[in-house]
Design a protein around this ligand. Sequence first.
Ligand code: PBG
Length: 325
Amino acid sequence: MEFPTVRPRRLRRTPALRAMVAETSLEARQLVLPAFVREDATEPVPISSMPGVVQHTRSSLKAAAAEAAELGLGGIMLFGVPSAKDATGSGALDPGGILNVAIADVAAEVGDALTVMSDLCLDEFTSHGHCGVLDAEGRVDNDATLEVYAEMARAHAAAGVDMVGPSGMMDGQVRVIRSALDEAGAADVAILAYSAKYASAFYGPFREAVGSSLQGDRRTYQQDSGNAVEGVREALLDIEEGADLVMVKPALAYLDVIRRVRDAVDVPVVAYNISGEYSMVEAAAANGWIEREPAILETLLSIRRAGADVVLTYWAAEAARLLRR
Ligand code: PBG
């Protein structure tokens, strides 16, 4: 019997040894909390497919933002749920529209203590639920949509946003938004481009969260799941157009894309641990099939290990609390 002389287990013997050689860290500052704010809500409305997540009122959103700042999170990503929608998503441009007032509320609440981010997209505001405006044949019109995005970017900047997140996957959106911001005197507003965004079944619970009216799918603008090279191409294009950070979304079914993008670019890489990824863990945990807290931390660590510098996650506040223990 020959005993091993090389023993990796030596470095696993104690918690201190394991901590010393840990390759990947998970810290509150690397986490961003996505949050929904609903125009007609008088109290927070639970989202049944996302246990523990709510559609906030303006005031409960401010409280959540203050808590996020106190926990040391990296940022908060705001999504508006308007009470009225129309074909062009005009609620997105109205300075009194829910997302714009929520940006101003949160910016006033947290100042520079937390990065205030906004989802720059039309799907929450359009009656047909698409991320852009439609042409006469009912197709999503890329260039007409860009004009609306430019105006939306100016509205978010006027409300006091730190970073906009264009998530509609229109070609050229980053360039148009960058010049709109610059021309509006908002050169400091950063762009987090949802670059490699895949048409995913895992967005299901989000559609409930924003009361989406989408019929059909987004396959003419979001990417096919099998395409990783194309994900890298989208990220490189967005950087060329002026993106300050790039995102891969969803995260868990696309860990390889996160890694490829991380290796290909020289800006921070963000990944979105999306609604369906959240709900799967919550559902399994609620059934007693998996242990909830370790599953949450392992999920987030896996996304960091794949190469994400920053992770958007509905567990952001809770994970920050777990990491303090
Ligand atoms: C589009 C947008 C979506 C998500 C974030 N921004 C939905 C979609 O593309 O259908 C999904 C986020 C999640 O599932 O958690 N505005």
